[in-house]
Write a protein that binds this ligand. Structure first.
Ligand code: FNR
Length: 182
C-alpha cells in the first residue's frame, strides 16, 4: 500500500507559488508515495470552546492528518512568520487537549517567497511549533526558494535545471526520512 503524505499549503491564493511548488515537488516523488492536499480554507478560527463538541470541519482535518503517514508543509511567509491560516489549521488539529493529530509523524517544511530569504523565518517559526507537537522535521536540506521568472514551466514542473536538481535531492532525502520512520 502507498505511503500517504498530508500536504498543507500555507497560502489560500488562487495562483499561490507555494501551491505550485507543492505540485511540482509531488511529481518528483516515487510511485508508492501519494499526496493528499489538506483543505484549510473552510475552517473556523480556533476557539477553545469547541473542545467538548468539535465542529465537523475541524474533526475532518484531524482525521486527515491522523490518517497520514507523513506531513509536508509548503508555506508562504507573512510578515516574517507563519501565515495565520496555516497556524489556525495547526492549532485546530492539535486539539482538543490530549488528541494532537500530528504526534509522532515525520515531516518536512519548504517554501517559496518573493523575498530573497525564501520563507526562512516562517519555516523557522514553523519548526518550533512542530517540535512542540511531537513532529520530527527533516533538518537538511533547507529549502528556501525565491520566486523568479521561469521557476515553473508551462507544465507546472520546475523550469530551472539547478533548482530542479536541488528539489529532487530534497525529495530523495525526504522520502528516505519518511521510510525510516515507517
Ligand atoms: C508577504 N510577502 C512576504 N515575503 C517574504 O519573503 N517575507 C515576508 O515576510 C512577507 N510578508 C508578507 C505579508 C503579507 C501579508 C503578504 C500578503 C505577503 C510576500 C509573499 O512572499 C508573496 O505574496 C508570495 O507570493 C506569497 O506566497 P504565495 O501566496 O504565492 O504562495
Amino acid at each position: 500500500s502507498k505511503i500517504r503524505v498530508a500536504l498543507l499549503v500555507g497560502s489560500l491564493r488562487k495562483d499561490s507559488f507555494n501551491r505550485q511548488l507543492a505540485r511540482a515537488v509531488e511529481r518528483l516523488a516515487p510511485d508508492d508515495f501519494s499526496f493528499d492536499h489538506v483543505r484549510i480554507d473552510n475552517l473556523p478560527l480556533y476557539n477553545q470552546d469547541f473542545d467538548p463538541d468539535y465542529p465537523a470541519e475541524c474533526q475532518r482535518l484531524k482525521d486527515e492528518i491522523k490518517a497520514a503517514d507523513a506531513l509536508l508543509f509548503v508555506t508562504a511567509e507573512y510578515n516574517r512568520s507563519i501565515p495565520g491560516v496555516l497556524k489556525n489549521a495547526i492549532d485546530i488539529a492539535s486539539r482538543p487537549w490530549g488528541t494532537n493529530s500530528f504526534a509522532g509523524k515525520p515531516a518536512a517544511v519548504i517554501g517559496v517567497s518573493v523575498g530573497a530569504q525564501g520563507t526562512a523565518l516562517a519555516q523557522q517559526h514553523l519548526r518550533n511549533v512542530l517540535a512542540y507537537l511531537d513532529v520530527s522535521t527533516l533538518a537538511q536540506p533547507e529549502v528556501f526558494i525565491q520566486n523568479k521568472e521561469g521557476l515553473f514551466d508551462a507544465d507546472g514542473r520546475i523550469g530551472n535545471e539547478g533548482t530542479a536538481k536541488f528539489l529532487q535531492d530534497f525529495v530523495d532525502r525526504y522520502v528516505a526520512w519518511v521510510r525510516r520512520h515507517g
